[in-house]
Design a protein around this ligand. Structure first.
Ligand SMILES: [Zn+2]
Ligand SMILES: [Zn+2]
Length: 315
């Protein structure tokens, strides 16, 4: 216990706080960068898709759109196919032959009522889960074994017993209301490699940073209260239990009292002498006799300068 106290007394809190902020900032940044790095394919797919969407809305089915679709499909391992359909669901463009082989039409019909799934009318074993544009990157990409994500999918399909025999794809689609043409992006949700592990590491790091802050604040108050000749253990314990709440109480408590300029002990405002070292911490104004603090240069009641040489009380 004494060695610990010695350690706390020697600890430079300013330097430690600076090191703490810099190191945790760097580590957190590294975690975020690693997560962004392993997600780069999904992020670039989302950006490419946004670009495709803009072109489709502004220009319709043009050469530029076809080039962008080809790039979208070739850049991402997740994408099985990108298909453009006209208003009769005739395939007018496809990036490859996956899933549709040599079909000339692709008609998707709702699968069940309000299930959010579509079914290929000519191939009932292929289901398409409609995904909104903002859900381009799914939680499931990061947490492949997330029970909740799977439960949600299973709940939607409990009424259908032969779901296991079907292959499910994710479908993002764009539709032009005037021409009724559609762009369908069909993909498979492939978990991002290492993403789950990286999220775990980031979570553990955040926990550690929080713990160091929590304990560090208690240690600082412990040291500070010790210097003010207060019950350091009690204040330290209070901060350890209540953290910020106790810290605010400590600051208010300090504000409402005064510090002996000689020994640093926290004293009641009304004390004329320090109860710890006996130093006189209050004196009276030569002009109005009001009580003034030992450190005051001017009287707070009459404003006259405190003449320490005349008063014989010079520091
Ligand atoms: Zn004192
Ligand atoms: Zn005065």
């Amino acid at each position: 216990m004494n060695r610990l106290e010695e350690l706390i007394r020697k600890l430079n809190f300013k330097k430690a706080t600076l090191a703490y902020i810099v190191i945790s900032g760097i580590l957190l940044l590294l975690c975020l960068l690693s997560i962004a790095y392993v997600s780069r394919d999904k992020i670039s797919m989302a950006i490419d898709y946004q670009r495709v969407s803009d072109t489709f809305v502004k220009e319709g089915v043009t050469d530029r759109l076809r080039t962008q679709l080809q790039k979208l499909a070739s850049d991402s391992k997740d994408i099985n196919n990108v298909v453009v359909l006209d208003k009769n669901n005739t395939i007018v463009f496809k990036t490859n032959n996956n899933l549709i082989s040599d079909k000339t039409r692709l008609q998707l019909i709702p699968y069940g009522v309000g299930s959010g799934y579509l079914q290929d009318s000519s191939n009932p074993d292929q289901l398409y889960k409609v995904v909104k544009e903002e859900n381009m990157i799914l939680n499931k990409d990061y947490i492949p074994n997330d029970q909740q994500a799977w439960q949600a999918i299973e709940d939607e399909l409990t009424y259908e017993t032969d779901f296991n025999s079907k292959k499910v794809y994710l479908l993002n689609y764009l539709m032009d209301r005037s021409t009724q043409s559609k762009v369908l992006m069909i993909r498979t949700a492939n978990p991002i490699p290492y993403a789950e592990r990286l999220l775990e590491i980031t979570g553990a790091l955040l926990g550690l940073i929080m713990a160091i802050y929590w304990i560090g604040l208690a240690l600082w108050v412990y040291k500070n209260a010790g210097r003010r000749k207060l019950n350091a253990s009690l204040w330290g314990l209070l901060i350890l239990i209540t953290n910020l709440v106790g810290f605010i109480v400590y600051l208010i408590y300090k504000q409402n009292n005064r510090t002996c300029y000689k020994c640093g002990a926290l004293q009641s405002r009304f004390n004329a002498f320090c109860s710890h070292c006996g130093t006189e911490i209050k004196e009276s104004c030569d002009h109005c006799k009001a009580m003034i603090s030992k450190e005051d240069n001017y009287c707070s009641r009459c404003g006259s300068k405190v003449d320490r040489f005349l008063g014989g009380n010079e520091k």
